[in-house]
Design a protein around this ligand. Structure first.
Ligand SMILES: *[C@@H]1O[C@H](CO)[C@@H](O)[C@H](O)[C@H]1NC(C)=O
Length: 181
C-alpha cells in the first residue's frame, strides 16, 4: 500500500472512530486523535486493531474510558489523554426525525427508575419540568441516567433513541450536567 493510500484509508478509519478526527504525520510517525462522539463506533478492541493496521505511532485520547485504555495497554503505542469537550446525552433526532413516543416513554420510565432522584428535576415544580413535553423530559432523563452510570458501563443508546451531543442542552434554570462535571 502506498503511503498516500494508507493515509486515505486511515482518514476513513479515524472518521468512523471520531468526530474529533485529525491525522498528523510528524517526525514521530502517524498520530491519531481518538474520541467517542459518533454513532456506530467500532469496539475498543477493533479500534486498536485498526490503529495498529494503519501503523499509528501514537494516540491522543479525547474521551478516556476503561475499555479503550485497557485495549491500548501493552500495545507499546504512546498514549496521551486530553481533557475532552463536555458531552451530553439527549433524545436522538434533533434533526426532525419522527420518534416512537411509546418507545420514548418506556425508555424515560426506565432511565428514571435507575439511581435515586435521577428525574427529580422534571417532576412538577422541578427546575426542568418546563417545557412539559415528552421530548424535553426524555433528553433530561437520558442525560441524567448516562452521566450517573456511564463510568459503570451505562450507555447513551436506549435502543437508538438517544445520542451524544457536544451542544449544552441546559436552558434557563434547568441545568444538564455534563461528562466533565
Ligand atoms: C413503538 O415502540 C413500541 C415499544 O417499543 C413497539 O411495540 C411499537 O411496535 C413501535 N411502533 C412503531 C411504529 O415502530
Amino acid at each position: 500500500m502506498s503511503s498516500s493510500s494508507l493515509a486515505a484509508t486511515l482518514l476513513l478509519v479515524v472518521a468512523a472512530i471520531s468526530c474529533h478526527c485529525h491525522v498528523a504525520r510528524g517526525r514521530g510517525g502517524l498520530g491519531v486523535n481518538y474520541g467517542t462522539v459518533a454513532d456506530d463506533l467500532p469496539s475498543a478492541a477493533r479500534s486498536v486493531e485498526l490503529l495498529r493496521a494503519a501503523g499509528a505511532g501514537s494516540v491522543k485520547i479525547y474521551d478516556a474510558n476503561a475499555d479503550i485504555l485497557r485495549a491500548l495497554a501493552g500495545t507499546g503505542m504512546p498514549v496521551s489523554v486530553m481533557d475532552g469537550a463536555p458531552v451530553w446525552c439527549v433524545l436522538a433526532g434533533g434533526g426532525g426525525k419522527a420518534v416512537n413516543e411509546t418507545a420514548v416513554a418506556a425508555a424515560v420510565e426506565y432511565a428514571c427508575r435507575q439511581g435515586s432522584g435521577t428525574c427529580a428535576a422534571i417532576q412538577a415544580g422541578g427546575e426542568c419540568n418546563q417545557p412539559d413535553s415528552l421530548d424535553a423530559h426524555a433528553s433530561y432523563a437520558f442525560n441524567a441516567y448516562w452521566q450517573q452510570f456511564r463510568k459503570a458501563g451505562g450507555t447513551c443508546y436506549f435502543d437508538g433513541l438517544a445520542e451524544k451531543t457536544t451542544k449544552d442542552p441546559s436552558h434557563g434554570t434547568c441545568r444538564f450536567i455534563s461528562s466533565l462535571d
